[in-house]
Design a protein. Structure first.
Length: 288
């Protein structure tokens, strides 16, 4: 579902294109030393305890079952290694403070000298986030219910977080329509363009669980016996991505896309330059 944004030349901008602009801003909470260090200082030793505490904190003191369901692609056993035990160390409110301060510190370092661009992007991205449809989107709704911060860096990160969870919730819905579960979506992606080493270890699926998912996809004609995507498999994944884009459309319908993309592009380029490619979140390397 293309969106039309007219700059000097008319260009077509899709919701996925916009995701590549705000996802790097959100992702500092996972990949920056400031963010991971903040969780460590709060007593959450090990990356994944900080990850699950920070990302699930908007849901309150949730246990592993609802979080695994909402996050979708993580093995329930992996989620259960962190939840609910992290709530013995921090409260959800404390985890929210930690993730905010860590993300802000990272963005302050990375975007130093771009204050005007940050302020402009924060206003425009917050407008888009405010238009997000919350129906059937638990992570979007939970983040949208949090108070909006005043600081431009905090506001920029909060808006990016609402929008990325909005896209993520829609992606889960598109998977359900396609009858593809949390492990199967990863195996299907590996069959097309990502290495297994970038997905399986970071989502906690055992070899037995992974191989069972591959067998199910082979039985449906979506993968070959050696794990490569068939034409039907490629169509299925393409359909899921198209469904994700359709579900992600509403926040951008009334947005000033030329101004928004112009504001976000330099920020996204700066932050994305600190990421590694390929990466577990599937963010493509920026070119140009």
């Amino acid at each position: 579902m293309p969106l039309m944004a007219t700059t000097a030349d008319t260009t077509t901008v899709t919701p996925r294109d916009l995701w590549t602009l705000f996802e790097p801003i959100h992702a500092v909470t996972y990949f920056s030393p400031e963010a991971t260090g903040a969780f460590e200082e709060a007593g959450l030793r090990g990356f994944w305890r900080g990850y699950f505490a920070g990302r699930s904190a908007p849901l309150g003191m949730a246990g592993p079952e609802p979080v695994a369901a909402a996050f979708c692609s993580y093995a329930p056993s992996m989620v259960a290694q962190a939840l609910p035990s992290v709530w013995e160390v921090v409260t959800p409110e404390q985890a929210l403070d930690v993730r905010r301060s860590g993300a802000r510190a990272a963005l302050a370092r990375l975007l130093d000298g771009q204050r005007e661009g940050v302020e402009r992007a924060a206003v425009l991205l917050a407008e888009a986030a405010g238009a997000a449809d919350l129906t059937g989107r638990p992570l979007t709704a939970a983040n949208a219910a949090l108070p909006w911060p005043d600081d431009p860096l905090d506001r920029l990160w909060h808006a990016a977080t609402i929008l990325r969870e909005h896209r993520g919730d829609g992606h889960v819905a598109a998977q359900l329509v396609a009858d593809v579960d949390g492990c199967e979506i990863l195996a299907l992606r590996v069959g097309i363009d990502l290495p297994r080493s970038e997905l399986q270890p970071y989502r906690g699926w055992s070899d037995e669980e992974w191989d069972a998912a591959v067998r199910r996809l082979v039985g449906r004609g979506l993968l070959t016996g050696d794990g490569k995507a068939t034409e039907a498999g490629r169509r299925t994944l393409a359909g899921i991505e198209e469904g994700t884009d359709r579900a992600a459309f509403r926040p951008w319908a009334a947005a000033d896309l030329p101004r928004l993309t112009d504001a976000l592009e330099p920020l996204a380029r700066t932050v994305a330059a600190t990421l590694r490619f390929p990466n577990p979140i599937g963010l493509p390397e920026r070119t140009g």
